[in-house]
Write a protein that binds this ligand. Structure first.
Ligand code: HEC
Ligand code: HEC
Length: 454
């Protein structure tokens, strides 16, 4: 029943009790088989399964110039969401933000005019990218100190106040208090089970916040999306409430594809510009439009994500039961809420596709009134020095969404910036509203252990 990493917590607690100087706990290497499957109801429904597979294919299909860019971070969704399989998290920093950029959007690492700086490129005899766009090397990165910035990249650096010399944001530092600019690095998150998260009623999340003790009470981030006031739940800073909008944001900001929901490019730097005979950007927006079935690429990647099953749970053993009790006893479960339930009728608030196709009755049934175990409240918390220093709407510099811990066993690095692969370190870095709980973890004594184990 319970996820295996709770057993790890029990092991960690033992290590803490033994006053071990350093816990030798590296990345979790537990069983990761079964990740990335469709919900069983989707697997057994021919039409739904076809949509899942079509979406999965587009999730992994590289964009080409002129659809790609002009500013972008990568060419496919899967490039950043692959660990341990398609739809997972990443193994590296895939996004940079700067404090002085008030849009809250990432600095784009690549620009098409830079990718083509050396002319159309091939690998061996093969053209590896339509129109000769490079595969390896993929242009130079704005974040590389040796990169000779292209015109688009220069504009990006100016707009985002980015330079390679900026320090990493520490919201508890004197430099931060003085208002200095800084950067925050971000890891991607895994997308398993997000259809269930989208299907949680707003009032469930609001009631959850109201039920939390004041010392750890979460803040629901309210957003108007698709004409309705909603509680945000996606992204490190709760940047969106619907998969449709998050997918549109990902297409716009990570890949530079404009969609019916976000039809503006981030820049016009490449509009109508030819380089080495290649048109960098056509300037016809949106680039992505619904097909005859009412689905654009943005809708299809949502079909895939919405139908992804949560990470499979491992069988409960004695260690896991013990870890679970400790998890509650020291207050982790206050924010990393083990169990949530979806709305009775998610189709009442889940938006249709960009072409106006409503959530199907079959998927609505699969997502309705489901009890699931994300180990998150999806609310923002003031995490003090663990905050990323970035302001995104009402999510201030120290505010972060409680990371869902389902599937954490498949991650190789933890926290928003992937700064550690050690779980004990992760817990100790919990500051602000998470500090008491982290201290209780450190203070676990044999007596506490006996108490929490009974
Ligand atoms: C360049 C890397 C990159 C690419 C490409 C990328 N993502 Fe992401 N993705 C991220 C990062 C980083 C985050 C965390 C962002 C944040 O919250 O600030 C993220 C978060 C998400 C989330 C929020 C998940 C959650 O935990 O709430 C969704 C949904 C998502 N991405 C979907 C997509 C889709 C769909 C695509 C393709 C259209 C895509 N991503 C392409 C890096 C990427
Ligand atoms: C006040 C709410 C709160 C409490 C209490 C809390 N956490 Fe967290 N936890 C968070 C937030 C918010 C994050 C994301 C922080 C970040 O990356 O900036 C997080 C991140 C994590 C992560 C990293 C997950 C990932 O995907 O990188 C782990 C593991 C974790 N917490 C475990 C625990 C444990 C174990 C406890 C109890 C000792 C605990 N947390 C208590 C809010 C909380």
């Amino acid at each position: 029943m319970w996820v295996r990493w709770l057993a790890v917590l029990a092991v960690l607690a033992l290590a803490a009790q033994a006053r071990a100087q350093a816990e030798p706990l590296g990345p979790l290497t537990a069983d990761t088989s079964g990740f990335g499957q469709p919900l069983p109801a989707v697997a057994h429904n021919r039409a739904e399964r076809a949509l899942f597979v079509a979406g999965q294919r587009l999730f992994a299909t590289p964009l080409s110039i002129p659809l790609l860019g002009p500013l972008f971070n990568n060419r496919t969704c899967v490039a950043c969401h692959f660990q341990p399989t398609m739809g997972g998290s990443g193994e590296f920093i895939s996004e940079i933000h700067t404090r002085a950029d008030t849009t809250g959007l990432p600095v784009h690492t690549f620009a098409v005019d830079n990718v083509l700086r050396a002319g159309p490129q091939t690998q061996a005899d093969a053209t590896v990218f339509e129109h000769g766009l490079a595969a390896v090397p993929l242009g130079c990165e704005i974040s590389d100190p040796n990169c000779v910035l292209s015109p688009c990249q220069q504009q990006e650096a100016m707009l985002k106040h980015f330079s390679t010399g900026l320090p990493i944001c520490d919201p508890s530092s004197a430099s931060f208090a003085a208002g200095d600019n800084c950067t925050a690095q971000r890891q991607s998150t895994n997308l398993f089970g997000l259809g269930l998260v989208e299907a949680i009623d707003n009032n469930t999340l609001i009631a959850l916040a109201n039920s939390q003790p004041p010392a750890i009470r979460g803040t629901p981030r309210m957003l108007i999306e698709f004409g309705a006031l909603r509680v945000a739940r996606f992204g490190w800073k709760d940047d969106s409430a619907t998969l449709r909008l998050f997918a549109a944001l990902a297409l716009a900001n990570e890949m530079g594809l404009t969609t019916p929901d976000l039809p503006e490019e981030n820049t016009t730097c490449a509009d109508g510009v030819m380089q080495f005979g290649v048109l960098l950007d056509g300037g016809h927006e949106p680039e992505d439009t619904p097909d005859a079935s009412g689905r654009a690429m943005v809708d299809r990647v949502v079909d895939f994500m919405r139908a992804l099953e949560p990470p499979p749970q491992l069988a409960e053993d004695a260690q896991a039961r013990r870890g679970d009790r400790l998890f509650s006893a020291i207050g982790c479960a206050g924010c990393h809420v083990p169990t949530l339930r979806t709305a009775a009728n998610p189709s009442a608030f889940i938006p249709p596709t960009t072409g106006g196709v409503a959530l199907s009755a079959a998927l609505n049934r699969a997502l309705a009134a489901q009890t699931f175990h994300p180990f998150s409240d999806f609310l923002l918390h003031d995490m003090g020095s663990l905050g990323d220093g970035i302001t995104s709407g009402t999510a201030g510099p120290t505010m972060m969404r409680t990371s869902p811990l389902w599937g954490v066993r498949a991650k190789v690095r933890f926290l928003h910036d992937g700064r550690t692969d050690n779980l004990a370190t992760v817990i100790r870095l919990h500051d602000g509203q998470g500090r008491d709980s982290a201290r209780r973890f450190d203070a676990l004594s044999p007596a506490d252990r006996a108490a929490s184990a009974t």
